[in-house]
Design a protein around this ligand. Structure first.
Ligand code: AMP
Length: 205
């Protein structure tokens, strides 16, 4: 039984760009009956719609930099008040800095909640650069040029990798090899979460 009750769980997925977080987040959210909330997707949607937030976010995203913490924190604080996130959520791509992690702690504890687990998708650098270059060809994302990709990986190592240690110290970390078939990786993560006592809404059979 999870701390959030049957079918609910409060989860994060972290890992370097190109590790497959977005793909896995959508599948795992479905399995656990919770919404996948991707800050990258929210920013991209705003870029597409040319909102004020989108124009601001794009200037950082195109350079492979993080959108400023205050902007990102406000966005997530608002998104977590939506009804669909009441019983749980899977945050994909947030928090990415220690300031964001502290903000998330405050948001959750303010509601008497806490994280149930943090999934780290592990993938080596050459593999993720290769995947991202392939995605650049297929999807034409403006932040998927080789130079920007390398910079995004450096930013991840400097600013986000330390969060993994923080969550490991809290006993929340579920480290999973991100290499292999998509289905296989989903199964690996889901099994690891279920063995921590989280309830899958969908049958894992
Ligand atoms: P993603 O799709 O998660 O790789 O995010 C794409 C880009 O959106 C990142 O390179 C950042 O520019 C921006 N972004 C997404 N999530 C965050 C976050 N939590 N903090 C700051 N910037 C973010």
């Amino acid at each position: 039984m999870s701390a959030s009750g049957p079918g609910g769980a409060r989860l994060l997925i972290v890992g370097p760009p190109g590790a497959g977080k977005g793909t896995q987040a959508v599948r795992l959210a479905e399995t656990f009956g919770i919404p996948a909330i991707s800050t990258g997707d929210i920013f991209r949607e705003n870029v597409r719609n040319e909102t004020e937030l989108g124009v601001l976010a794009k200037s950082f995203m195109d350079r492979g930099e993080y959108v400023p913490d205050n902007v990102t924190n406000d966005l997530v604080a608002d998104r977590l008040t939506w009804a669909d996130a009441e019983g749980g959520f899977l945050l994909d791509g947030y928090p990415r800095t220690t300031d964001q992690a502290a903000t998330l702690d405050r948001i959750l504890s303010g509601n008497g909640h806490q994280l149930d687990a943090v999934i780290e998708l592990v993938a080596d650098t050459d593999e993720v650069v290769g995947r991202l270059l392939k995605r650049a060809n297929e999807q034409g994302r403006s932040d998927d040029t080789e130079e920007v990709i390398r910079h995004r990986l450096d930013v991840y190592t400097a600013q986000t990798a330390p969060l993994v240690d923080l969550y490991e110290q809290r006993g929340l970390l579920v480290r999973v090899d991100g290499l292999g078939q998509v289905d296989e990786v989903t199964r690996r993560v889901a099994d690891a979460l279920v063995s921590r006592g989280l309830d899958a809404a969908e049958s894992l059979a």
